[in-house]
Design a binder for this molecule. Structure first.
Ligand SMILES: *Cc1c(COP(=O)(O)O)cnc(C)c1O
Length: 390
């Protein structure tokens, strides 16, 4: 049996896959098992932020794997301590909690918000408001947090205590906040929901309102964080300061990590045995994340992300069949005039471009290190594919 046949026989069918088995990669270029070359503007859904097999990143994780590969959280870990210091300093936050995925980071934020409220107000003030069309993960609780009916199926009973409001409607939010509300959780740009960028004014009003009511503001930066939008965190584009920030995807550069970070008011909410995970703060993973942060948290690097984003948007807007482009940094959603995004994405893959979709849009999350020639090539393949589909 080949890779595809074994996959279909032995791996649960929880994902629809493109008809490609990726074998290797370097930078923004990947190769499949037959040696065919692809430009990758998906980066494993925003995970390979420095592209495939970045030399410095490979050296950092290899060195760490050969030094000490894991220890339990009952011991201090240099790489984790360094990463925590770096994140808190860069974001002007107080403390972090380590996990292994975006969903876990959000679970942690939800637990902290509820415990903060429990400690201060008692057990009935536990409800969390999220936005319609959001995405926060696949655990039973983060499915509940996800404001899309399609995710609230099969796995009953779901975690209680979530209320949903429409994005960019401040009055609806104000009406939804009651004396039972402990937090509001949102993405600055709804990634899975279709690259919907929240209004700056809305978010600022939301934060102000929540601060007045001691309702915690949790920003899910799992997809938007770590340079993706041209700032280290997307919320920086909006001039707000959240109480809790979650991150995952791009932080590890290709290894699994999830982090929940909090401000000074929350730093002592969690106490021993209120939260934890065996693999959290793994030294190899943290070594990779330290390398990613050292590279990305740099004004010149972030400026380049913005420049590439603008360059890409300008080119995409000129393509026949492209109706609109929604973008911040190198997080890009492409609205098509007539074509079906899923069909076009599959054809782009056949034509040598790894691209994904979000709702009915094409979505690009290229590695932040992609170069201008590769962006040109990606645009050409999209243009060619749309033309062939006519
Ligand atoms: C991907 C994603 C998650 C879930 O992260 P996992 O690592 O898949 O658990 C949560 N929130 C947002 C905004 C995401 O894009």
């Amino acid at each position: 049996m080949n890779t595809k046949e074994k996959d279909q026989k032995y791996i649960m069918h929880t994902y629809g896959r493109y008809d490609v088995a990726l074998k290797s990669g370097k930078g923004a270029v990947a190769y499949d098992e037959n040696g065919k070359k692809y430009i990758d503007v998906s980066s494993g859904i925003g995970v390979n932020s420095l592209g495939y097999c970045n030399d410095g990143w490979v050296a950092a994780i290899s060195k760490q794997a050969g030094t000490i590969q894991h220890m339990s959280n009952y011991f201090y870990c240099e790489q984790a301590s360094n990463l925590a210091e770096k994140l808190c300093t860069l974001a002007d936050m107080a403390k972090v909690c380590f996990g292994n995925s975006g969903a876990e980071a959000n679970e942690c934020a939800i637990k902290i918000a509820r415990k903060y409220s429990f400690d201060k107000y008692g057990k009935d003030r536990n409800r969390i408001i999220t936005l319609n069309n959001s995405f926060h993960g696949r655990t039973v609780t983060t499915l509940s947090a996800t404001g899309q009916e399609v995710f609230h199926n099969y796995f009953f009973p779901f975690t209680q205590g979530f209320d949903y409001v429409d994005a960019n409607d401040i009055q609806q939010l104000k009406n939804a906040v009651t004396d039972k509300t402990c937090a509001v959780l949102f993405e600055v740009i709804q990634g899975e929901g279709g690259v919907n960028i929240l209004d700056k004014d809305y978010v600022q009003q939301l934060v102000k309102f929540c601060n007045e009511k001691d309702v915690l503001v949790i920003v899910d930066e799992v997809q938007t964080g770590i340079g993706r939008t041209g700032k280290l965190f997307a919320y920086e584009n909006l001039g707000i300061k959240p109480d809790l920030v979650t991150m995952a995807k791009g932080l590890g550069g290709g290894l699994p990590i999830g982090v929940c970070m909090c401000g000074d008011n929350l730093k002592d909410v969690m106490s021993p045995s209120t939260h934890g995970t065996t693999f959290g703060a793994n030294p190899v993973v943290c070594a990779g994340a330290n390398y990613v942060l050292d590279t990305v948290a740099n004004a010149d690097f972030l400026e380049e992300v913005n420049k590439k984003g603008k360059y890409l948007e300008t080119k995409l807007r000129k393509i026949d069949g492209v109706k609109n482009v929604r973008r911040m940094g190198l997080m890009v959603g492409i609205e098509l005039e007539n074509d079906d995004a899923h069909q076009i994405a599959a054809k782009c893959v056949e034509n040598g471009l790894l691209i994904i979709t979000a709702k009915d849009l094409l979505r690009m999350l290229p590695p932040l290190v992609i170069n201008y020639d590769e962006l040109d090539e990606a645009v050409n393949i999209i243009e060619k594919t749309l033309k062939e589909n006519r």
